[in-house]
Design a protein around this ligand. Structure first.
Ligand code: TEU
Ligand code: CA
Length: 562
């Protein structure tokens, strides 16, 4: 049976670890590398093939490691390079690969390159970053808004210029137009490849080429203009990635996934093209950015869960458009997203397990490489924020300062409710290992409060319950490892107008696999696509009702047409 071009990462299931919140081995309340090593057997039991580590490099942690001050050393709080070498060796011994998070759109302002760059206009490192003169009135070069609120430009009095930071002011953007910057990046990538890592997740890689005219645009109600169309998928981004591929990636057998803010399907066909001249795959954000907010100034801050038709239209489009042209990634959760069972499912005690399994089925039976975020496999949920003091994420704190305190564009309790629904801290509460103090995450004081529902939702309870979300994910992973149709089968949508059922077919040669999932908490009539001759592969119900799907019921059946 001929499949498209084989690659190990097309058949793999990836598990993302946010090290700060995974497991603390030394009682300082902060997760660390030795904590991960101590839990590798758990991940081997789940059956995952790859661990994607969120950044573990030296960082002042303005953005929890996404602000790097030394790419070649391990963050002191996470451990030492010896701890990393041990983690890598222990993971490989269990046939688990390690993918690092490459953050090279920007560095920390405490990186030696930036410390030099800001010293003078003629410093050799000046052009490692993006510096511009003020306007005649002394204002910033344009009205671009940072992803973390406020101006994307920071004035530096020492040399009387502004520098660009698409994220926090402590995350100055690197100037990729400068061939020396590209050289430095390729060199640090090679350093980690020579250590034996197995790939990179590339942070906001779609933003490394900016429109060099830095054009301004119409102002939003908050007085700033959107920068995304001028910094995403820029004029030289594919040139840079093809150079990166030639200089580094093509020398190793790596998984590469680009976190591509603003990527469209058309652009994805370039970033993740089947000829392998750039990256293996990309993350898009169309389904997680959610329905556009009715209040533009609120941007992502909303509590309205996207309707099934909205989510299905997007996921089906990506399935159909990439077919045979590029490889895709599949995810609901990561360290920037709310917990999927709270955002798209139902995290009430009655329906949490059923809806978590339904969501997992919808995603993991699709074509592409699936990503599981720590805790998703046991159905961890969002937590409740009772005050802004509960929040530690820079994106949330800056939004509060601008929208509530300075501009008074939204009431505090309204924005706090939005943090409950979509704030990034939801994904960063410590991993819930058992029902002992702090969910077994630490013997110390956790850096971020543990979700109070940990006594009921934790790994120990999940491993003791054969009907848990954990064993359901384990079975989904096993299906992907054993049935080529799950990896390589062509995707065909079904019931595209339903607001209740997500259904689709996968076809490989004579084999057909059908997925039916009730997205709602109500029993719904479901035209069966399969008679009793079909074999059931997995379901979150043991007993079915012919012609109906029970609340949040998901079923996968298959047969060979031969
Ligand atoms: O995220 C980039 C990005 O687009 C996110 O800021 C996302 O838009 C937002 O958080 C969700 O609404 C990457 C990292 O994943 C994120 O953790 C970092 O804060 C950011 O880049 C800067 O490095
Ligand atoms: Ca620790």
């Amino acid at each position: 049976m001929s499949y498209e071009k084989h690659a190990w990462w097309k058949e793999a299931v990836i598990y993302q670890i946010y090290p700060r919140s995974f497991a603390d081995s030394n009682g300082d309340g902060i997760g660390d590398l030795n904590g991960i090593t101590a839990h590798l057997d758990y991940l081997a039991k789940l059956g995952i093939d790859v661990i994607w580590l969120s950044p573990i490099y030296q960082s002042p942690n303005d953005d929890n490691g996404y602000d790097i001050s030394d790419y070649r050393s391990i963050m002191a709080e996470f451990g030492t390079m010896e701890d990393f070498d041990r983690l890598l060796a222990e993971a490989h011994r269990r046939h688990i690969r390690i993918v690092m998070d490459l953050v090279v759109n920007h560095t920390s302002d405490e990186h030696p390159w930036f410390i030099e760059s800001r010293k003078s206009k003629d410093n050799p490192y000046r052009d490692y970053y993006i510096w511009k003169e003020p306007t005649e009135t002394g204002a910033a070069p344009n009205h671009w808004e940072s992803c973390f609120s406020g101006s994307a430009w920071q004035y530096d009095a020492l040399t009387g210029q502004y520098y660009l930071h698409c994220f926090s002011r402590k995350q100055p953007d690197l100037n990729w137009e400068n061939p020396k910057v590209r050289e430095e990046v390729f060199d640090l990538m090679d350093f980690w490849c020579r250590k034996g890592i197995d790939g990179f997740r590339m942070d906001v890689i779609s933003m490394i080429s900016k429109d060099q005219s830095f054009p301004d645009g119409p102002l939003n109600a908050d007085g700033y203009s959107d920068m995304f169309s001028h910094v995403c998928n820029g004029p030289r981004v594919h040139e840079y990635l093809q150079e990166m591929n030639r200089r580094v990636l093509s020398n190793y057998d790596l998984l590469t996934v680009g976190e591509a803010a603003g990527v469209t399907v058309e652009e994805a066909k370039k970033y993740a093209n089947s000829e392998g001249t750039e990256l293996g795959m990309v993350f898009h954000f169309e389904h997680t950015d959610g329905a556009a907010n009715s209040e533009p100034v609120l941007g992502k801050w909303t509590c309205t869960p996207p309707k099934l038709s909205y989510v299905r239209k997007i996921l089906n489009k990506w399935q159909l458009e990439l077919e045979g042209k590029a490889w895709g990634s599949l995810y609901w959760d990561n360290h920037d997203q709310p917990r999927v069972v709270s955002r798209f499912g139902n995290d009430s005690p009655k329906w949490r397990v059923k809806s978590a399994k339904m969501l997992a089925t919808v995603l993991h039976m699709q074509k592409g490489t699936p990503y599981i975020y720590q805790g998703e496999e046991i159905g961890m949920t969002n937590r409740h924020f009772s005050s802004i003091d509960d929040c530690v994420d820079i994106e949330e704190k800056n939004a509060w300062q601008q929208l509530v305190v300075e501009q008074k564009l939204i009431a505090g309790e309204t924005l706090l409710k939005c943090f409950d629904c979509v704030g990034r801290d939801n994904a960063r509460t410590p991993m819930q290992w058992d029902d002992t103090a702090n969910a077994g995450f630490t013997d110390g004081e956790p850096w971020l409060a543990v979700n109070p529902n940990y006594p009921a939702i934790n790994v120990k309870a999940a491993l003791a319950d054969k009907q848990s979300v954990f064993y359901y994910y384990q079975r989904l992973i096993e299906l992907r490892h054993t049935l080529p149709i799950v990896v390589y089968g062509r995707f065909e949508p079904l019931l595209e107008d339903s607001e209740e059922i997500y259904a689709y077919r996968r076809i490989l040669g004579e084999q057909v696999l059908i997925v039916e999932a009730n997205w709602t908490g109500r029993e719904v009539a479901c035209p069966l696509f399969a008679d009793n001759s079909w074999e059931e592969l997995i379901s979150n119900y043991e007993v079915h009702k012919a012609g109906f799907l029970q609340p949040y019921e998901a079923r996968v059946v298959w047969k060979s047409r031969g």
